[in-house]
Design a protein. Structure first.
Length: 266
């Protein structure tokens, strides 16, 4: 099976409540990504609307099949590329911090609701999700979804590894001064759970937040296959199944586990 080429779109930042601008930027990023041979484009957490929305989150939230989702589906189908995007999801009276995977034909493949909310801002405005592992298949690769703070819990990533995730896509909104998460923790998570990890961050200042950028694709051998800087950027990298096989053979963390010893963890 050939490598799955991935594009990470780091941006835009600084324009909250700009769904139209976000979708226009996504169209351009999808066009460039597809021209590079990418089959999957990942965008940051809350990409559709911006992150720093404050009390406008309930107003701007939409259903998983809402107008934003329909436009993303059109973009995906037009350029023949799968898209993961973050957005505020309304479901009944609840609002979730969600990420959706749209297939290259415009079909909705998976929708994930952030399970670990970060800080007072998110806890005030969102309901935590209750499903740990959400997956879909693309070109023979099993893709899993987490969002930002979720990946900082090793249990989340290990759950994906045990469920067969090959590529974990993580839309994120990592802020200063937590650069070490992107630089150190994300590659460690990929290595210890033996999977590819695509980490797509926001960049620049937005409201009270200043995002670090540093989006990356970390490999199952702990190496960073591609890394963005701190500004708006489209990063292209390959998730190679041969690298995945070799890393799992060399460091067999999953089969060497002894779950009977870990009962106190839960």
């Amino acid at each position: 099976m050939p490598p799955l080429r991935i594009a990470l779109y780091q941006g835009p930042g600084g324009v909250p409540d700009s769904t139209g601008a976000s979708l226009a930027a996504l169209d351009g990023a999808a066009r460039r990504a597809a021209a590079s041979g990418a089959r999957l484009l990942a965008t940051p957490e809350m990409y559709l609307t911006g992150y720093a929305l404050g009390d406008r989150i309930p107003e701007l939230a939409e259903a998983a099949d809402g107008p934003g989702a329909r436009r993303v589906a059109e973009i995906a189908a037009e350029h023949g590329i799968a898209i993961v995007y973050g957005y505020p999801e309304r479901a009944g009276t609840a609002v979730f911090n969600s990420a959706q995977l749209i297939g290259p034909d415009g079909t909705a493949l998976a929708n994930y609701r952030k399970t670990h909310l970060f800080g007072g801002f998110e806890r005030e405005h969102f309901t935590p999700g209750d499903t740990a592992v959400v997956q879909a298949d693309l070109d023979g690769t099993r893709i899993g979804l987490l969002i930002c703070y979720d990946v900082e819990f090793p249990e989340n990533v290990r759950a994906h590894a045990l469920a067969g995730t090959d590529l974990l896509v993580v839309p994120t909104a990592l802020m200063r001064p937590y650069e070490f998460v992107a630089q150190t923790l994300v590659p460690a998570r990929a290595y210890e759970s033996q999977l590819h990890l695509a980490y797509a961050n926001r960049s620049g200042a937005e409201g009270e937040f200043h995002f670090t950028g540093l989006s990356c694709l970390a490999g199952p051998d702990g190496t960073v296959r591609a890394r963005a800087g701190t500004g708006e950027e489209l990063v292209i990298a390959d998730a190679d199944p041969e690298l995945l096989r070799a890393a799992r053979d060399e460091t067999p963390y999953l089969p060497d586990r002894r779950p009977e010893l870990y009962g106190t963890l839960v």
